[in-house]
Structure formats: C-alpha cells, structure tokens
Design a protein. Structure first.
Length: 435
C-alpha cells in the first residue's frame, strides 16, 4: 500500500501543482491587461505635455499590447506546453527590453551628457514588475530567470556607464540632487532585486511545499479511509504510517462474509441495478467494520474480507470481541436492509459470516504490478472455509474454537461439532452464534 499510496499522492500533487501553474499563468496574462489600462492614462497625459513623447510612448504601449495579445493567444489556443513555456520566457525578455528601451530613450532625450541619469532613474525599479509577475506563475524557473535578467540588465547598464564615463562622487547631496554617481552605492538596486526576488522564490518553494504536504495528507487519508476505520486513519496520518503498516506477523481476527445465492440474484439484475445494489450493500457492511475498529482487506464481488488487530492491535481479547460484535451488527443491519428491499418488492438477501483468529503475515504484497496491503496465512484460509460452512449448517455466523475460548462477552453460541479443514491435521471445533 505504501508504494501505491506514494505514487497516487505524487500524481495528485503534480496534477494540482500543474493546475495552479496554469491558473497563475492565466492570471499573469490578465494582470497585463490591467497594466495596459493603468499605463494608458499617464502615457496619454504625458503626450500632451511634449510632442517628442508621442512616438515612444505610443510605440511602447502598442508593443506591450501586441505582446500581451500574442501571449493570450498562445496560452488559450496553443496545446503544446513547450510552446507556452517558450512564449512565457520570451514575454519576460520583452518586458525587460521594453523597460530598458524606455529608460534609454528618456536618457537620450532628457540628459544624454550624463549616463548616471539613467542609472539613477526610478524606472529601473520597474525590473521588479516582470519578477513579481513571474512569481504568480507558481514556477521557480521563470521566477529565477526574471530575477537573473533584472540583476544582469542593471549590471550591464552600470558597466556600460563606467566605460563611457560617468561623474563619480562621494557626496550624497551631489548623488541625490546633482549629476554625481556614488560607485559604492551601485550594489543597492541588485541587492534590492535579489532580496525581493529571493523572497519570492522562497515563498513559491514554501507554498508548493505546503500544498504538497496538504495534498499528501488528504490523499493519504482518502486512500487509508478505503481500508481502515477513521480512528486508525487519524493515527496513520498523524504519524508517517510506514512503521505501523510495514511487513510483519501479528495475531489477528479474520472475518469473511458472502451473500448466499448471489449468482442467481445477480442474473435477475441489469448492470446498473447490480452496481447500485453492491454499492449500497458494501457501504452497509463497511460501516459495521469501521464502527468496530476493523480493517477492510478487500471486496471480491459480493464477498467481504475484514481484519481485526491489523495494522494496530488493541489486545487479542478486545479484537476478538469487536470482530464478533461486528459480525452480529452486520446481520442486524442486514435485517433493516431487507425490510427496505421487501417494501420495494425486492427479494431479501442472506449472508453467511465466518471468523477465525491466528498469526498472519500483514504487509505489502504485489498484485497485478501494484503493491497491495493485505494479510496472508492459515487463519485467512480457515475463516474463508468457516464462511462456506454457514450454508452447510444453515448458520448465520460461525466462529472457531480459537475465538470461542477467548470470547468473554455474554453472547449465546452453540457448538456445532468439529470439522476437518483442508491443510490442517487436527479437527477444528466450530460454534454458531445465536442472532
């Protein structure tokens, strides 16, 4: 079960993370349209102030709209994931080129004599926009890529400025209000980019880890709930569960139940009716098993196999008591189930239940290429044989002398005699329970 459960959890986690990434990518695309609306007003107002702003402003706005529309088309129309990924990276690159292009243009228009004007331009903090947008995609690689571009782009501009010559100063007054540039302060923007971007990368890792852990816990609970009672599920999910359900030998009580004359009954039902009947019947039996702390081993058609004392034992006497009480409860629930069937003019059903206890192997066994948690051993075979004997002795519940000798609760039982079970040399005493 461990391997099967791990694979199921891993697939579920990857699937949900992929859904979040696709959702995040679409949200980023939608936010770009909000940027178009937000930037349109200052661009239009600046255009009326200076004629030389018209061409660059509208060119930048047009290119941003065009790239956003193309990005939208690829996301919603393209089926190839690698093309969507390439489009995403190209969009990030375009955003940086656009920010750098606008900054360079205003430097050339406003103060071409001093490149420090560009290096001190607040527009360079717009580098954080594509970085923050990349963080919403829930992907680490695009975020690291955008962060790297922000740092590299600024360093390239800085190196270029030093090569062409910028006025250096040690005066903060000259640096803030004048033409000078403090070289020691050149690390300020890269550090800010690194801190902000690094925090986003860490946040994405944390959120993905939290999502994975939440999915793991819920998937584990959903998987375990198919086999174990709610109390056992809580214990297994609160712990790793591996040590509890690892391969070992344990004393356990095995319960087998089977619907009598099920073949003839099923022949009278169509496929949908049979499926509904089995679902309702199994749910009824499962409720009894879980209510008494049992573990579902498997359903095989109309047959039910349950185990008490695995994966955790409450003590042999308690497990025997709970298993016997469960068998009686299953028969009592069946009476109510049959009353409902009779009211609908349906044929009532009968089940036989056999119980035996002994040391079994419990753990993961490969079945059809998958690991299945189950129990194996002589006790399983004997319990199955006792269930089949309920037809021969016309008994509803048959238990072995192994159980009867340890059963402390006041439950009426009658000795049937001894039977020879295949694979055993000594006769086995059996008892029927009074319902």
């Amino acid at each position: 079960m461990n391997t099967f459960m791990a694979n199921e959890i891993s697939n579920t986690t990857q699937s949900l993370i992929k859904e979040e990434q696709d959702f995040g990518l679409k949200k980023v695309n939608q936010i770009r349209y909000l940027f178009i609306l937000a930037l349109s007003f200052p661009i239009i107002s600046n255009t009326f102030e200076r004629a030389d702003y018209i061409l660059p402003n509208f060119t930048a706005l047009f290119l941003f709209i065009a790239v956003t529309l193309l990005h939208t088309y690829v996301i919603y129309r393209c089926k190839a994931s690698f093309l969507i990924g390439i489009s995403n990276y190209l969009t990030i690159i375009f955003d940086f080129i656009l920010i750098i292009g606008i900054s360079v243009y205003y430097w050339r228009i406003e103060y071409p004599e001093n490149f420090a004007f560009l290096l001190k331009n607040p527009l360079l903090f717009y580098f954080l926009i594509p970085v923050s947008l990349a963080s919403l995609e829930f992907k680490v690689r695009p975020l690291v890529f955008a962060l790297s571009l922000a740092i590299v782009s600024y360093l390239v501009l800085l190196i270029y400025g030093l090569n062409i010559g910028i006025p250096l100063t040690n005066s903060w007054k000259d640096y803030i209000t004048g033409d000078g540039f403090i070289l020691n302060d050149s690390t300020q923007k890269p550090i800010i980019f690194l801190v902000v971007g690094g925090s986003m990368v860490y946040a994405v890792f944390r959120v993905r880890n939290l999502l994975s852990r939440s999915i793991e816990i819920e998937s584990k609970r959903a998987t375990l709930a198919r086999y174990f009672s709610p109390s056992v599920v809580d214990e297994l999910t609160n712990n790793s569960g591996e040590s509890v359900i690892s391969n070992n030998r344990k004393y356990a009580v095995i319960l087998f139940s089977d619907i009598r004359k099920f073949t003839s009954l099923s022949e009278e039902m169509d496929t949908e009716e049979l499926a509904r009947f089995l679902a309702e019947y199994r749910s009824l039996m499962l409720n009894s098993i879980f209510a008494h702390g049992g573990t579902l081993d498997k359903f095989v058609g109309d047959a039910v196999m349950a185990v008490f004392g695995v994966p955790q034992s409450r003590g042999n006497e308690i497990e025997i008591e709970k298993a016997v009480l469960c068998a009686l409860d299953m028969q009592n629930k069946l009476k109510i189930f049959n009353q409902d069937r009779i009211s609908k003019n349906l044929v009532p059903i009968e089940i036989g239940i056999g119980l035996h206890a002994g040391v079994v192997f419990s753990g993961n066994v490969e079945s059809s290429g998958q690991m299945e948690y189950t129990v194996l051993g002589d006790a399983v075979n004997v319990a199955s044989r006792l269930e089949s004997l309920t037809k021969e002795y016309n008994a509803k519940v048959i238990i072995s002398e192994e159980l009867e000798s340890q059963l402390k609760v006041n439950i009426q039982r009658k000795s049937i005699g001894e039977v020879i079970v295949r694979g055993r040399l000594k006769p086995l005493g059996i008892y029927s329970l009074e319902i």
